[in-house]
Design a protein around this ligand. Structure first.
Ligand SMILES: NC(=O)c1ccc[n+]([C@@H]2O[C@H](COP(=O)([O-])OP(=O)(O)OC[C@H]3O[C@@H](n4cnc5c(N)ncnc54)[C@H](O)[C@@H]3O)[C@@H](O)[C@H]2O)c1
Ligand SMILES: [Zn+2]
Length: 655
């Protein structure tokens, strides 16, 4: 390929990766691959003398996409030039004194203090514009909310989550979709949050690494002096060592030996000149400051043999290749599988069964293929979906090819509907998490929802599945038996008919005298008679059961369960038939969904926007200027706080 064409291709690919990485906190390729492609691009740019204006080597050109309020940084937050070579780091230092510290792998945050108080916290964002997360930063485990220094202080540091918290938190998240790939993802998801209660639960730590300004304090022109001063103000500062050209190599060795015992994620080291004025006098490039430099570890790789490519279909229709290889030991654990991310990466690796591949662990935890030595390229892309047998399609967006199943009926796309039926308010099948359902669906055990109750047909396969022993199998069977005794409200709610939440299901089942047969015969007229049920819901309900497949699925579920009398509905006069809109943070519930569930369980309804039909807007911030608040004021909809709502609902025990 022409060099210039390759440059264009790499720029597009790296920019796409950068966009996912920075604004969505996701990776479409491993850092290893990103760095290799980046180096390739840099080399080509040097050879040809051609640097495209949107090249990632000279800028970071992506938008920050999130619901959080944004702000432009006073001074841009640059990236760092990198080397993997110890000698280059030493020669970079020249005769200067340097501070060598961990390069922490989380989310970079700028904190501003005024009058001794934390007044603002902003994420790095795209380097130019960040997201304001002040309320969340107040929940960081170890930052001082007030300090003795009363001037204006601006500092930068990294918010991180430890590996042990990462493992614990990820285990507690039942949905595979919501699981985080690494502590950096998790930290990003925990800090860039609308609900600071979640930030608090996630145990976010903050380590300062740059003092930007502190009016009137003399730091003796020394970064070290700044670090020590920050400590005296109550900040945790990133662990660092003073180095010069004579001891820097020993210091790197020390970090290398120590890293294996670290519970916090780091992806290298950072060195900065201690002499502030000297460092600043060097200026910056478009992308990097010249007073600091990053050092990256060379990843530990191992050679192994590719045994199989497993095609794993997900609910988005995306079918991802997963490499299964002969187990090898990496960073102290055995690994045997690695995601290949997408078709483009699979093709560029030229994978073939039996190939000798090199694998490594990105960020010390996520197994990845670094390179393929044999490159036989014999793996064929499946023409049909492994789950439903529907035809597959290859999409091509910005040079990234991905495989999709377009079959709308594909079970992999309906994991949520399986999960809804199993959920607490529906059939309440204990221990049947979304992750487990996903595995069962991918293996073809579940074609329709009633199959859940016939899962024992796959006993042998299940008990030999990774992470699923005899004991969890028996627990599941027991939970299924228990779940069989249920009521019609739970079944109807569990079907997931549009707009039919728990409270609506209850109203309908009451009207139909708890008769499963009557559900199939109900007419829209009959349903709109019910107070609180409008035409849209009534039509959706009737339409649902007109669909033969859906009707069969419903009857199939019914044939597996025993319907008893509906539980008594706990409505209060105040809530029944009322419509609520919730906005802003909640303090007495884990999240807004929990509050929503309570409202629905008491016969109320929750909608997304304020209209003339809204009974109350629940919002704790009476000064809020949000669209919802403005609309409520306009329409005369009462705005109540969460506490007021709790009193209204007669749930004072929650206060
Ligand atoms: N996988 C992907 O698709 C993908 C995409 C884009 C970037 N990346 C990864 O991100 C890297 C580039 O990221 P970047 O340019 O955002 O940041 P960087 O790797 O250049 O890191 C620089 C930043 O690290 C932070 N930092 C952490 N500890 C520090 C310390 N002790 N002292 C000073 N600063 C410290 C600072 O915010 C600093 O700006 C690439 O090398 C690549 O590995 C991956
Ligand atoms: Zn499919």
């Amino acid at each position: 390929m022409e060099k210039l064409d390759r440059i264009k291709e790499l720029v597009a690919l790296l920019n796409k990766a950068g966009k996912s990485y920075y604004s969505e906190g996701q990776e479409i390729m491993s850092n290893y691959e990103y760095d290799a492609l980046y180096d390739e691009l840099k080399k080509l740019e040097e050879e040809t003398g051609c640097v495209l204006s949107d090249s990632p080597t000279v800028n970071v050109g992506y938008e920050v996409l999130s619901e959080l309020p944004k702000e432009r940084h006073d001074s841009p937050m640059l990236s760092l030039d990198k080397t993997k070579d110890r000698e280059s780091l030493r020669s970079w230092l020249k005769d200067q004194k340097g501070l060598l510290s961990w390069k922490l792998d989380g989310l970079t945050i700028v904190l501003t203090y005024e009058n001794g108080e934390l007044v603002k916290a902003v994420t790095r964002g795209n380097g130019q514009i960040g997201e304001i997360i002040t309320n969340n930063a107040r929940m960081f485990k170890n930052i001082p909310v007030t300090i003795s220094y009363k001037g204006r202080l601006v500092l930068r540091g990294e918010a991180i989550i430890t590996y042990s918290d990462f493992n614990r938190i990820n285990e507690e998240i039942p949905e595979t979709d919501a699981k985080y790939k690494n502590p950096r993802n998790l930290c990003s998801g925990s800090v860039r949050q609308l609900n600071n209660k979640i930030t608090k639960e996630r145990n976010v730590n903050f380590f300062a690494f740059t003092l930007v300004s502190a009016d009137g304090v003399d730091f003796n022109n020394s970064r070290k002096c700044q670090f020590e001063w920050l400590k005296s103000q109550g900040f945790d500062v990133v662990e660092y060592k003073e180095v010069d050209k004579d001891n820097i190599l020993d210091a790197i060795d020390w970090f290398e030996h120590t890293i294996v015992n670290n519970d916090f994620p780091s992806d290298g080291l950072v060195i900065i000149y201690d002499d502030i004025a000297y460092g600043e006098s060097l200026g910056r490039t478009a992308k990097f400051p010249r007073n600091a430099m990053a050092f990256k570890w060379t990843d530990e790789t191992a050679e192994t043999t590719l045994k199989e490519i497993e095609w794993s279909a997900s609910r988005t229709g995306l079918i991802n290749p997963v490499a299964i290889f002969e187990p090898v030991e990496l960073e102290g654990t055995k690994v045997s599988r690695a995601s290949v991310h997408n078709i483009s990466i699979m093709e560029s690796l030229k994978l073939g069964i039996g190939d000798t591949i090199k694998v490594f662990k990105a960020n010390m935890i996520i197994p990845q293929i670094a390179e393929n030595i044999t490159q036989s390229g014999t793996v064929r892309i499946p023409e049909v979906c492994p789950v439903c047998g529907g035809k597959t399609r290859i999409s091509d967006v910005n040079d990234v090819k991905s495989l999709y199943c377009d079959n709308e009926q594909c079970q992999a796309k309906h994991i949520k509907s399986f999960a809804l039926l199993a959920s607490r308010d529906a059939l309440n099948i204990d221990g049947l998490s979304e992750a487990t359902l996903e595995k069962f669906i991918q293996k073809g055990f579940l074609k329709r929802r009633g199959d859940i109750f016939r899962i024992s047909r796959y006993k042998d396969e299940i008990t030999s599945m990774e992470g699923f022993g005899e004991k969890s199998y028996n627990n599941l069977i027991e939970a299924l038996e228990k779940a069989k005794d249920t009521d019609l409200v739970r079944v109807i709610y569990g079907l997931g008919i549009d707009n039919v939440g728990l409270s609506t299901a209850r109203l309908i089942v009451n009207k139909l005298n708890n008769d499963p047969e009557a559900v199939l015969k109900a007419t829209a007229d009959e349903l709109t008679d019910i107070d609180g049920i409008g035409e849209v819901i009534a039509e959706a309900f009737v339409e649902y059961f007109k669909n033969e497949d859906k009707k069969d699925e419903y009857l199939d579920i019914l044939s597996e369960v025993n319907i008893k009398e509906a539980e008594n509905v706990q409505t209060t006069e105040e809530l029944a038939g009322k419509t609520f809109v919730i906005t802003g943070n909640v303090n007495h519930f884990a999240n807004r969904n929990e509050l929503k569930a309570l409202i629905e369980s008491m016969g109320g309804k929750v909608t997304g926007s304020v209209t003339g039909n809204t009974s109350y807007l629940i919002n704790n911030d009476s000064t809020s200027q949000s669209t919802k608040n403005k609309k409520a004021a306009q329409l005369g909809v009462p705005v109540i706080t969460e506490e007021e709502f709790i009193k209204l609902a007669g749930k004072d025990e929650l206060l």
